[in-house]
Ligand binder design. Sequence first.
Ligand code: OFO
Length: 172
Amino acid sequence: MNKRVEEALNQQIEKEASSSQFYLAMASWAENQGLNGTAKFLYKHSDEERFHMLKLVKFVNERGGTAVIPGLSTPPSEFESLPNVFSLLLEHELKVTESINEVVDVCLQEKDYTTHNFMQWYVSEQLEEEALARTILDKIQLIGGDKGGLYLFDRDLENASIQPENVGNQAN
Ligand code: OFO
């Protein structure tokens, strides 16, 4: 496997693993706040990111490279508020999108069209995840300090899958 591509993919493995840990920390915080629906959603999101990481690990190894399993820094255990959690999540996803675009760029420079093709899955996944984070953030901002609204929001998020359309419909 092309060395630059391998390096870029290994960096992406680290990003996906860190995302998983970050969302796991958010899930745990939400659980301790009694926001069980939000916690369930974030636990699921954390699992998704772990799956993204695994998919990369397997791809690198199958293509003759060596996947590097990274050590990770400790994510925060405290968050200011629910809006803070979801704005951090959106910010984080935007960074992940940037780094996926960088991997795609390296693939093109190195004329590695197989990896380029493989990365397209991540490109569309990011589109969905960004849209989802924006939808959720909009809803939270709309609710503001309304306790009843928050209760309904949390309940609806419990049933939401990682699909923007679903959250849009259910949180209405
Ligand atoms: Fe949403 O980060 Fe994975 O791809």
